[in-house]
Write a protein that binds this ligand. Structure first.
Ligand code: FES
Length: 118
């Protein structure tokens, strides 16, 4: 079963949006980055020291919107796979959340990936 997060158009193209899954446990805070008609979801926890990536609501991107950036120490991550390409945790990755766009809605896709988003 999938779960609707928001309308795709609620996420500005090239930006991110955070969500609280309200499930209890450490993976409650996630964010989704939109690139055109695609979205990429990650747990909002930096692999460096585990803090949320953003200091400002829904602000996850570098100024040119090509990378996800951690506000704490500036680690940068590829949008498509969350792999860290610059900063103190190079080579590590964000934890991905399986997401999908269906009928214009951004959704968690429980049928793929970690499969524990209920
Ligand atoms: S906590 Fe993200 S770069 Fe240090």
């Amino acid at each position: 079963m999938s779960r609707v997060l928001c309308r795709l158009t609620d996420i500005p193209d090239g930006e991110g949006k955070e969500f609280d899954l309200e499930r209890g446990g450490e993976d409650d805070e996630i964010f989704v980055v939109r690139r055109g008609d695609r979205i990429f979801g990650y747990v909002n926890s930096c692999p460096h020291v585990g803090t949320p990536l953003n200091w400002v609501e829904d602000r996850f991107m570098t100024s040119d919107k090509t990378l996800i950036m951690c506000a704490t120490h500036g680690a940068c991550f590829r949008i498509a796979d969350g792999h860290c390409v610059a900063g103190p945790c190079v080579g590590e990755s964000l934890r991905s959340i399986s997401t999908v766009v269906r009928d214009g809605e951004a959704m968690l896709d429980k049928d793929k990936g970690r499969g524990d988003q209920s």
